[in-house]
Design a protein around this ligand. Structure first.
Ligand SMILES: Nc1ncnc2c1ncn2[C@@H]1O[C@H](COP(=O)(O)OP(=O)(O)OP(=O)(O)O)[C@@H](O)[C@H]1O
Ligand SMILES: [Mg+2]
Length: 358
């Protein structure tokens, strides 16, 4: 779903602001401190109940104010979504005036953020890449969330037994964990394979110049978290002594990762910052395309500070990518990099000079 407009009240530096958005590309530009990240944060927050900038949502309440209120509309469905936060109270989310949970909001108005943290995609810990995949599978598969929570509850229980040395009860929990873990992995693998396929389609259609040829050599592999040639129960049985010694379940989908190689070398050893950033953007756009074309889900894609670390050639690749993405995209940059030629190429792009908004 695309947001048609959003109003921000007492949110960070904005006392009161209404923005009408395009269903396709939206570009916010302005100086340091003008409010670009805050606008993207507000859009992400109203869609997900979470901030990508800070774990303490209270910090987003305007200084000297008691609460913030965000209200967004989708003209196509007629849906109104709101986020209200009073200092020292938990955040409240509403859909059409009825209270909803964070996960209901995320399913109704899915959004993905690409910011500085995402740009170190290849360097980040495996948990970061797992989370990116999990969030997409959570949207594409109705039963994934229940399966995910059941797996992690069983893992917690098995780890407790290992820690407390209650080894007599270990086997039934290993079996339960293995069965939930296999299902979880099947679901992740389906989505991963679809993304990988889309990733190579996108790369082909980008017509990259020779200097960006590294992208053609990228090989993305799903590491399920235990040996590929074994089922999970066999691994848990084989690793039983190791797990007892270490007092923790050492193998399983909680150790899964997305491995990125260039000619068999770990990509983080090879790629420059700008190349990593481009890779992260293409990978996340591939996930978005899968969600749209296979599952009929249209998450909004938010990209903060797009141009930092991208040279002009790489930025042009990004623009070509935007032409391929049919979802709503909201991105920001310090300078106005969108000239009239790009504007003519991108249908329905809206440009906002942030300093002139409030
Ligand atoms: N709770 C708050 N109340 C009032 N102002 C705030 C609050 N939180 C942040 N600010 C201010 O809001 C302004 C906008 O910050 P924001 O991070 O959105 O800027 P930006 O345009 O993304 O800048 P940059 O280009 O440096 O990334 C900053 O001046 C910041 O100090
Ligand atoms: Mg910023």
């Amino acid at each position: 779903m695309a947001l048609s407009s959003i109003t921000l009240s007492s949110f960070r530096c904005f006392n009161s602001l209404k923005i009408d958005l395009s269903p396709r590309a939206n570009f916010f530009y302005g100086k340091n401190g003008s409010g670009k990240t805050s606008i993207l944060e507000a859009i992400y927050l109203v869609c997900s109940g979470r901030s990508f900038k800070s774990s303490n949502i209270e910090s987003a309440v305007m200084l000297d104010k008691e609460s913030f209120h965000l209200k967004a509309y989708d003209n196509e469905s007629g849906f109104i979504i709101e986020a209200y936060k009073e200092r020292s109270k938990s955040i409240q989310l509403k859909l059409n005036n009825k209270k909803i949970t964070i996960s209901e909001a995320a399913k109704t108005f899915p959004a993905t953020i690409i910011d500085n943290k995402t740009f170190s995609f290849t360097e980040a810990a495996p948990a970061f890449r797992r989370k990116i995949l999990d969030r997409a599978v959570f949207l594409s598969d109705e039963s994934y969330s229940a399966n995910w929570f059941a797996y992690f509850r069983a893992l917690k229980q098995r780890n407790k037994l290992l820690k407390d040395r209650q080894l007599a009860s270990l086997e039934p929990w290993s079996e339960k964990l293995a069965s939930l873990g296999e299902t979880l992995t099947d679901k992740r693998k389906i989505f991963f394979d679809q993304t990988k396929n889309e990733f190579s389609n996108i790369i082909k259609s980008l017509n990259l110049k020779a200097e960006k040829i590294f992208i053609n050599d990228i090989d993305v592999q799903y590491d399920q978290g235990w040996c590929n040639s074994q089922d999970l129960i066999s691994t848990l049985t084989l690793e039983r002594d190791t797990d007892i010694r270490r007092k923790v379940t050492t193998r399983g989908p909680h150790k899964a990762d997305i491995k990125i190689y260039i000619k068999n070398v770990d990509a983080k050893e090879i790629l420059s910052r700008g190349e990593q950033k481009l890779l992260a953007i293409i990978w996340l756009c591939s996930q978005h395309e899968v969600l749209r074309s296979i599952y009929g889900i249209k998450p909004t894609l938010l990209i903060d500070d797009v141009k930092s670390e991208l040279d002009i050639d790489t930025f042009n690749i990004y623009i070509s990518l935007l032409k391929l993405i049919e979802n709503q995209v909201i991105f920001s940059n310090i300078e106005d990099q969108i000239n009239s030629k790009i504007e003519a190429e991108l249908i329905n792009i809206k440009k906002f000079h942030v300093e002139q908004l409030s």
